[in-house]
Write a protein that binds this ligand. Structure first.
Ligand SMILES: NC(=O)c1ccc[n+]([C@@H]2O[C@H](COP(=O)([O-])OP(=O)(O)OC[C@H]3O[C@@H](n4cnc5c(N)ncnc54)[C@H](O)[C@@H]3O)[C@@H](O)[C@H]2O)c1
Length: 358
């Protein structure tokens, strides 16, 4: 009989446990979407425990997911020591994530589902990547589009070579780097076969207000470009086309509209272009796909679709964009090393989860 893996959650708020109540009307999202709802839906996992600093959040989590109070924790270290989970979710804010990830790995946790953005500095991303590699941990960061069947179909179309070689990738609304663009940078990495980015160049709105000394005091938005090792160019535009993405290949264009709910194709000839068919895919929960990917890695020892390396490069792009502005808009070679900037929001207050639909 297949093993049932014991899953636990640190950070039981919106993405941890209750966001399904906010996103159920979205066309591009198939539920379950929160970590806890993903474990509940997965036939191979049992959600056994939760940790949060807020007692009311723990109580609501326990009641919604049928986790009894002897498995609620306010100290995440106690959860890891007492419960020894096979899979650990970390859905706190990025400022707390690195410490928790490194402690979990040190305590022998073998699979991690960690939210985006990975962490709060380049040094933290390096430490996480190194610990994951050294301990052979399966880590997926919650950039859900990587496990979304529509974007998987988009990647398959690029990889098929039907339209020739991939040339450019465009994000049409970059948004704030840590919270929003971390999703989109991961999508560009994924669509380009996780080829390493080699340099970035960017402009950051309200830079002087948000970056004080070595502290990035709130989530900056901006626009920029990134060049990958295979000479594919990524454009992170900050226009108003919202969550739309485009891949331009030698003889065709693939455009994801409505956050990946519709994937259109168009052929490009020198003097004309013609609409092709939309790409077909089955709607499925990206969170459940991500959890199943971790289960598969635990079953087989095979690599996950995500991994710490792509999460590390994601962090490099975020800080590379900020560094580019700091250097007056210069082109910045990646990886950044000995980088001193750190994401520190002094006034950040956790959001109130929506406990019921409607
Ligand atoms: N994948 C997605 O689509 C998606 C959507 C929403 C949010 N997110 C990400 O998920 C993360 C969480 O977002 P949220 O909106 O749920 O945040 P939130 O601020 O509402 O919740 C974070 C929770 O973590 C708890 N916490 C903080 N430090 C802790 C610690 N040391 N031990 C235990 N609990 C601790 C807080 O009490 C809080 O309840 C963020 O990184 C966010 O960017 C991802």
């Amino acid at each position: 009989m297949a093993t049932t893996y014991r899953a636990a959650l640190i950070g039981c708020s919106r993405m941890g446990a209750f966001i399904d109540n906010e996103v159920r009307s979205s066309r591009s999202i198939t539920l379950p979407y929160s970590h806890a709802a993903g474990y509940e839906a997965c036939e191979r996992t049992d959600l056994i425990a939760g940790a949060d600093l807020r007692q009311d959040v723990l109580e609501q989590f326990g009641s919604r997911y049928n986790v009894s109070s002897d498995h609620w924790y306010t100290n995440y270290r106690d959860l890891i020591a007492n419960e020894q989970p096979d899979i650990l979710s970390i859905a706190t804010q990025p400022e707390q994530r690195c410490e928790i990830i490194l402690h979990a790995i040190e305590q022998g946790v073998r699979a991690l589902y960690v939210e985006k953005p990975l962490c709060a500095s380049v040094a933290e991303a390096e430490a996480i990547r190194d610990a994951v590699r050294a301990n052979n941990v399966a880590l997926n960061m919650g950039t859900n589009r990587r496990w979304h069947n529509g974007f998987e179909a988009m990647r398959a179309k690029i990889d098929s070579g039907d339209f020739g070689d991939l040339r450019t990738l465009t994000i049409f609304s970059t948004g704030s780097f840590f919270n929003t663009a971390s999703h989109f940078f991961d999508l560009l990495l994924y669509l380009n076969s996780d080829v390493t980015p080699k340099w970035v160049q960017a402009y950051v709105f309200r830079f002087d207000e948000l970056v004080v000394g070595t502290e990035v005091r709130d989530d900056p938005a901006g626009t920029g470009i990134m060049m990958f090792e295979n000479e594919v160019l990524g454009y992170a535009l900050d226009g108003s086309r919202r969550t739309e993405f485009e891949a331009v290949c030698g003889s065709g264009v693939i455009t994801a509209l409505n956050n990946g709910a519709d994937i259109r194709t168009r052929t490009q000839a020198p003097d004309s272009s013609a609409d092709g068919p939309n790409l077909d895919f089955d709607e499925a929960s990206s969170t459940l796909n991500l959890v199943n990917d971790l289960v598969h890695a635990l079953d087989t020892g095979e690599p996950v679709r995500g991994g710490a390396d792509v999460a590390y490069w994601n962090t490099q792009i975020i800080f590379g964009f900020i560094e580019s502005h700091r250097r007056g808009g210069a082109r910045v070679e990646l990886p950044l090393t000995n980088h001193d900037l750190r994401f520190v929001r002094h006034d950040h207050v956790a959001r109130q989860p929506k406990y019921a639909p409607g």
